[in-house]
Design a protein around this ligand. Structure first.
Ligand code: NAP
Length: 246
């Protein structure tokens, strides 16, 4: 992991090859800037407006966004059939939410509700992705979570609320469908308060570490020519590494 200050990011990315790198993963706050700096970006990166994976091809710096495939590959592994839900609710409207929305659209989910602390950000997201869904994206208020959750079969948390606001209350999950899947893309801690609350209600839960591992697969293949497999052993290795760096 290399910390790069926003002011240093452009020269850092431009000098990737000279610095001896074959590519890399990029995280907040640089993903949007990376999109504007790569020589070639694919359709997914274009829709999402952010690049989290770069690699070199001849003289070109190429970029894609693998957050969306990381999310859907992890959902396929942990909750097969997840895409058959009719209505999904997303908490949050940041960079990660954009990738998740693209994943939901690509997998044919028809109805989406977005709830974000800062409503205009959710409205901008709803506008940007409007054409990709069969029904208009609904923007709901934190104050009306029970209505937003009502009957939904998939709840995805993309906010860092339970990382940032220690002890923030978890919303009542009872309005969700009794067979709902609850996914939290946050992976520190591995067991988030939202996942714990969902497990208490015997709902299917999907944590964020699997998404992190799956999103790295295409990048690793671009950089080293080998497509790694996300296995239990790999997961345990990363969990041990995270514990050692706490
Ligand atoms: P971001 O662009 O900074 O967005 C953060 C989101 O969290 C915004 O919607 C923000 O709302 C909301 N938020 C933050 N603090 C809050 C609070 N106290 N109360 C309510 N809402 C709050 O970040 P991001 O890139 O979307 O990442 C979000 C989280 O997802 C991070 O924890 C990141 O580690 C995780 N993530 C995981 C993976 C993975 O592979 N598992 C991949 C990407 C991201 P406002 O708009 O109101 O500020």
């Amino acid at each position: 992991m290399i910390d790069v200050a926003p002011g240093d990011f452009t020269p850092f990315l431009r000098n990737l090859r000279q610095a001896g790198y074959v590519g890399g993963n990029i995280t907040i706050p640089h993903k949007e800037r990376a999109f504007s700096l790569v020589d070639r970006a694919d359709d997914a990166a274009g829709h999402i407006g952010a690049v989290n994976t770069v690699w070199l091809e001849d003289d070109a710096l190429c970029g894609t966004n693998t957050d969306w495939t990381g999310f859907s590959d992890n959902m396929d592994a942990c909750a097969p059939g997840w895409e058959q839900v009719e209505t999904a609710v997303i908490l949050g409207a940041g960079g990660a939410a954009r990738g998740i929305l693209y994943a939901l659209a690509t997998r044919g989910i028809e109805r989406v509700r977005i709830i974000n602390r800062t409503r205009p950000r959710a409205e901008a997201l709803a506008r940007d992705f409007a054409g990709l869904f069969a029904s208009p994206i609904e923007v709901c208020e934190w104050q009306s979570l029970p209505e937003a959750f009502a009957g939904s079969g998939l709840l995805i948390n993309t906010t860092s609320i339970w990382m940032e606001a220690d002890g923030a209350p978890v919303p009542d999950l009872s309005p969700l469908s009794s067979r709902a899947i609850v996914s939290d893309i946050v992976y520190i801690p591995l067991q988030t308060p939202l996942l714990a609350a969902a497990q208490e209600r015997k709902l299917t839960t999907v944590g964020g570490l699997g998404m992190l591992l799956h999103q790295a697969v295409p990048g690793f293949e671009h950089w080293f020519g080998i497509r790694p497999e996300v296995t239990e052993d790999l997961r345990n290795l990363i969990v041990r590494d995270m514990e050692n760096h706490r």
